[in-house]
Design a protein around this ligand. Structure first.
Ligand code: CP
Length: 530
């Protein structure tokens, strides 16, 4: 199994499979569906391992995801374990990490399908259980995200893309898609950012009232991927355009009232009107249009009303059935039974080794003047340019964070000053060598004060100088905190997890678990620096 391309893999987000791997999943599913519909022998698609345990860990309600995975596991002939969160020791405050550790021991190898309100759970469990599985000499378990809060629903995305491919007769060159409904809370539409990338050219029309519009960072990601994105506030507005600008593939989501605060809930009927398809709209869409929906539809106020069920617009029934097929194949892949014939690029392993401590040549500028409140050091260390260009208030916070993290509880001085060159604000900490300076970990310093310089002073002159850029990964430091309260790293959830951030190309820090983007300042828990 060690060199199998998919065995033991976790699928927390769509991106956990490369586009080539996603394409493999779709073409294998097509092969399977065709064989099944023709009544052919399906043995070649089965896992055939009764010692493989499939655990359905659903901590939020589900019909389709849970039942399609349950039936997929039965198709494969594996053990199927239905974990009942409502009657488990969760009610006695046991944490999820302990629970999964225990379940791991009940089968020779394991696949966990997890649905939760908490975001980033599978990514956390992937790392936490890798260490534990190695310790007890078990194979790495797979974790498949069955929907985590507002974040992602990758297996729904796989079945959606499979259904779109069927609609366009497997022509991957272009797709024009309208996303309609609650684009703010709907995780299935968030997963589209990655899933639609299998098409060569992508045009996405976002149809939602402003208050429940697609979160801006997803729109930015779509544009970065080269998607053409157009925004409309209602179906009425969308259909007011010339017909050739209207998509033939529509993807609806329901209003997620249960995730809305009181203020938004009060506007629910207004939102519903804007994103519900009306009878008199029918002549305004192309004849061969298909509507899709992850389901469930709201039984009383569906955004795709029931009168459309028997029309040719109905793509959602077949889409729902495709969930069973795609999940059978995905399960076979991560179990190591399917995929030996995969050719193409695998998902690249995460890399965090950008250089971020750079030696700077020393340039003598003669003697500096005394500054207000801080004396030049003759021997010691000066950390300069802390938070350069930021507001003094933010620079003070960075100074406090640096002092706390590096334990600078000694005779020393610090302050916020104007830079001599351009009068921008910056922070300085100076540490005289007469004091026992604790070892300075430059990674920690870079994390707390990126852009600062670290100067070693001897005989009043700078002898060594390093410029610290933003590190590619910031983790395991006191005072970090993901701002998403539903993230698995939130300390209030009492999991043994920790904040972990990855820097993006635009110098944002994305939580490795829930993928919430943060500016650099936002990754620090400001309550700790006060
Ligand atoms: N589409 C979907 O996730 O449905 P369930 O909530 O029924 O699993």
């Amino acid at each position: 199994m060690a060199d199998h391309p998919f065995a033991g893999r976790t699928v927390q987000v769509v991106r956990d499979l490369s586009y080539d791997e996603q394409w493999y999943l779709y073409t294998k599913t097509k092969e399977f569906k065709e064989a099944l519909l023709r009544g052919q022998n399906l043995e070649q698609f089965r896992i055939q391992d009764p010692n493989l345990g499939v655990y359905l860990l659903f901590m939020e309600d589900s019909t389709r995801t849970k039942e399609s995975f349950r039936n997929a596991a039965k198709f494969h002939g594996t053990k199927v374990n239905d974990f009942d969160a409502r009657s488990s020791s969760f009610q006695k405050k046991e944490n999820l990490t302990d629970t999964v550790k225990m379940l791991l021991g009940y089968s020779d190898r394991n696949i966990f399908v997890v649905r939760s309100k908490t975001e980033g759970v599978c990514r956390w469990l992937e790392g936490a259980m890798a260490d534990y599985a190695a310790k007890i000499k078990m194979p790495q378990p797979s974790f498949i995200n069955g929907g985590d809060g507002r974040h992602e629903h990758p297996t729904q995305e796989f079945l959606d893309e499979f259904s779109f491919l069927e609609q366009v007769s497997w022509n991957r060159s272009k797709i024009h898609l309208a996303l309609v409904g609650d684009l703010f809370h709907g995780r299935t539409v968030h997963s589209k950012v990655e899933g639609l990338g299998i098409f060569g050219e992508v045009i996405v029309d976002l149809v939602a009232p402003n208050e429940i519009a697609m979160p801006p960072h997803y729109v930015v990601s779509m544009k970065e991927k080269g998607f053409e994105v157009r925004i409309f506030e209602s179906i009425e507005e969308y259909l007011s355009q010339p017909k050739h600008l209207i998509a033939k593939t529509w993807y609806f989501t329901r209003l997620q009232i249960e995730r809305m605060g009181d203020k938004l809930q009060d506007k629910a009927s207004q939102f519903r009107k804007a994103v519900t398809f009306q009878k008199d709209f029918i002549p305004r869409v192309h004849e061969n249009t298909k509507f899709f929906h992850p389901l469930p539809r709201h039984s009383e106020t569906p955004t795709i009303p029931m009168f459309l069920d028997s029309t040719s617009l109905n793509g959602w029934d077949e889409q729902s059935r495709n969930g069973y097929f795609t999940r059978i194949i995905l399960m076979g892949m991560v179990a190591g039974a399917l995929g030996q014939d995969f050719e193409g690029h695998s998902r690249l392993d995460e890399q965090y080794d950008d250089p971020y401590v750079v030696t700077v040549p020393i340039v003598s500028k003669g003697k500096k003047e005394y500054k207000i409140g801080i004396r030049p050091v003759q021997e010691g260390i000066v950390i300069d340019h802390i938070g350069r260009g930021m507001d003094p208030e933010v620079i003070w916070e960075h100074i406090t964070t640096v002092r706390r993290l590096l334990k600078f509880n000694l005779v020393s001085s610090h302050g916020v000053y104007h830079s001599e060159s351009d009068k921008a604000f910056k922070g300085i900490i100076s540490l005289p060598a007469s004091e026992p300076i604790p070892p300075v970990d430059l990674q920690t310093l870079a994390a707390a004060a990126p852009g600062s310089t670290f100067n070693v002073i001897r005989d009043g002159k700078v002898k060594e100088k390093y410029r610290l850029a933003m590190p590619p990964r910031v983790t395991n430091l006191e005072g970090l905190r993901c701002k998403n309260e539903d993230c698995i790293s939130n300390p209030n959830l009492h999991e043994p997890s920790y904040p972990d951030f990855l820097r993006t190309n635009n110098n944002l820090f994305v939580c490795r678990f829930c993928e919430t983007p943060h500016s650099f300042n936002e990754i620090w828990d400001r309550n700790l620096s006060r």
